[in-house]
Design a binder for this molecule. Structure first.
Ligand SMILES: *Cc1c(COP(=O)(O)O)cnc(C)c1O
Length: 478
């Protein structure tokens, strides 16, 4: 399998070449040259693999799917990496991503049983093991620079803490994460973990990461890598749970399911798109946004209009407070028939100049819904509260704010005869204040997180300035 860039650079690259990279050299995102096709017979095999062992099923399925995309890691090593990553010990459940039936045709798939209680662990835990493997194979080290609005950062830090050859420099918007999220990240005392709180919003953090990565001299000198959701390996890891969700919700491969996905950077649902392109029988991919509705606006109107940081709302589902969706380019590349030149024009030029592009008059825009199955909707604070309350009262299940956005939007797109799987992306304890507002009581807290907010914190506050961050990295590496 070779990888190419969404902006036209078709230099063939192998998985491990792009594993430690962020953007492609031309500024695009990496995608596989083709999507491996899963035939009916192959899908039946994968179902059997998944169902074979309650304990081993998910790891074995992950191995089978990764193997379709990775041919520069020996299969035995890849298998060992998957087995080490997806264990009951790490996820607290043998199913890894268990399915909960809310009612006939409506399911929650739990993706937030990992160490940081959000779905980002699903990919990041694998990435930690892949990075350690590849760096030691090369005898190299890496400085990971990242931007987080909460869940990515803690997932990255918990995946990389103590790993040899890796340092993490994680920027986050100062004061904008929940107290629980801040405690999770800032309480880590591992020498190789550096928390940097930026005086700005998430997009400022993301811009800093881009600016530093675009300084090729600095990037090379300090071996800067990223773990942002644009990393292909993360996306690939996420493809696995769409298969796992499908196998749990269906008895036979003749059935189709739909997924509703709480979306920000379009990473999670883009993995669903990849699974669908491989031939997994997915009917609809329902993109749910919060008040920051860039993606919903696109799927409704054909206009992709990014917002400035001043126009990014601070919401009670903060991990979706995104004003440009960094993975969206991957889908547009596919929608445009994989035309790298046109993708480059839209994302490299039109967006830069005009802050938006408009595909409403392009005949291919209707295919987003018709051929690729995308639907969308949005939710706001009061709808979020109402959904959390109703779900608790009706089903006895407490969901987090992001999952609530997806459930709210899912209910607008349910079709009879097609199970709807809502992806649960975080545990409610991460967003306790809003749960209290909705239910009048605290959500359940896993024992290992008792008193976490009171732990000492290790964090450096900085202005939104890429040079300040560069200086900090240079000093830490000195
Ligand atoms: C990151 C995150 C999302 C958004 O996922 P994307 O891949 O950015 O679309 C949704 N919910 C939670 C809890 C998250 O951490």
């Amino acid at each position: 399998m070779n990888y190419l860039s969404t902006r036209g650079d078709a230099t063939p690259r192998k998985f491990c070449e792009i594993l430690l990279e962020g953007l492609a050299p031309d500024g695009g995102l990496y995608l596989p040259a083709v999507y491996p096709q899963v035939s009916a017979a192959r899908l039946a095999e994968l179902r059997a693999v998944f169902n074979a062992g309650a304990a081993g099923g998910y790891a074995a399925l992950a191995f089978e799917i990764l193997l379709m995309y990775i041919d520069d890691i020996p299969a035995t090593d890849l298998k060992a990496l998957c087995n080490k990553t997806y264990t009951e010990a790490v996820y607290g459940t043998p199913q890894i991503t268990p399915l909960t039936k809310l009612k006939d045709g409506l399911y929650l798939q739990g993706l937030s049983n990992g160490p940081t209680l959000a779905f980002k662990d699903m990919a990041m835990q694998l990435l930690g093991n892949l990075f350690e493997y590849e760096l030691s194979r090369r005898g190299e080290s890496l400085n990971i620079l990242g931007a987080t609005s909460g869940d990515t950062g803690s997932a990255a830090e918990y995946a990389m803490r103590g790993k040899k050859g890796v340092r993490v420099f994680m920027t986050s918007p100062h004061g904008r994460m929940s107290p629980f999220q801040q405690a999770q990240m800032f309480s880590l005392m591992d020498e190789n973990i550096h928390n940097i709180a930026i005086e700005g919003v998430f997009d400022d953090c993301q811009d800093i990461v881009k600016a530093v990565s675009n300084d090729l001299v600095f990037k090379r000198k300090y071996k800067i890598g990223t773990v942002n959701s644009i990393n292909w390996a993360r996306l690939l890891a996420q493809v696995v749970y769409y298969f796992a969700g499908y196998f749990q919700a269906t008895q036979t491969n003749a059935e189709r399911v739909s997924f509703a996905v709480p979306s920000g950077n379009f990473g999670n649902v883009c993995a669903g798109h990849v699974a669908r392109m491989m031939g997994l029988p997915i009917d609809k991919l329902v993109v749910a946004t919060n008040e920051n509705d860039v993606l919903d606006e696109f799927f409704r109107t054909g206009v992709y209009r990014v917002r400035g940081s001043a126009d990014t709302f601070e919401t009670s589902s903060p991990s979706m407070d995104i004003s440009k969706a960094s993975n969206f380019e991957r889908f547009i590349f596919d929608l445009l028939g994989r035309d790298g030149a046109q993708t480059n024009q839209l994302f490299g030029e039109t967006i830069q100049r005009q802050g938006q592009f408009d595909l409403s008059a392009d005949p291919r825009f209707v295919e987003a819904t018709k051929c690729y199955g995308f639907q969308s909707g949005k939710s706001n604070h009061s709808q979020r509260l109402a959904t959390i309350k109703a779900t608790s009262e009706t089903f006895g299940v407490v969901i987090d704010t992001h999952t609530a956005d997806a459930l709210k939007v899912a209910s607008e797109h349910v079709q009879s005869g097609v199970p709807m799987i809502v992806l649960e992306t975080a545990l409610p304890i991460k967003f306790a204040a809003t749960i209290v507002e909705a239910l009048g009581r605290e959500p359940e807290r896993p024992v290992k997180f008792t008193g976490i907010e009171a732990l000492p914190k290790r964090v450096k506050v900085m202005p939104a300035d890429a040079n300040a961050v560069k200086n900090y990295i240079a000093q830490a590496c000195a």
